[in-house]
Design a protein. Structure first.
Length: 95
């Protein structure tokens, strides 16, 4: 186990790169992965940024439309991307 930083869970807005810097500065062992950042930059860029800052990947949030207000079509559409997003998470080392 390791201390893991997720700025959003603390009610704070920070970019993934800012979160990584804060985690390093304050002695965290890892950070939750920003799916949008990972999709934009790629798995290797995320792994390199974490390694450079001696951090591990924590969790990741997938974009699933599962709430009652979401339509059946939104649910189906969101499921279409889950396999791709899960593969990206696995490449980064999210377990």
């Amino acid at each position: 186990m390791f201390k893991n930083l997720n700025c959003g869970a603390l009610g704070q807005k920070a970019s993934f790169e800012e979160t990584v810097a804060l985690a390093r500065e304050f002695g965290f062992g890892g950070v939750d992965i920003d799916l949008g950042y990972a999709q934009e930059k790629g798995a290797q860029a995320v792994k390199d940024l974490l390694a450079k800052n001696n951090l591990k990947p924590g969790g990741i949030g997938f974009n699933l439309a599962f709430r009652e207000k979401d339509s059946d079509q939104a649910w189906a559409d969101s499921l279409a991307s889950i396999a791709k997003d899960a593969k990206l998470a696995a490449q980064i080392g999210v377990t």
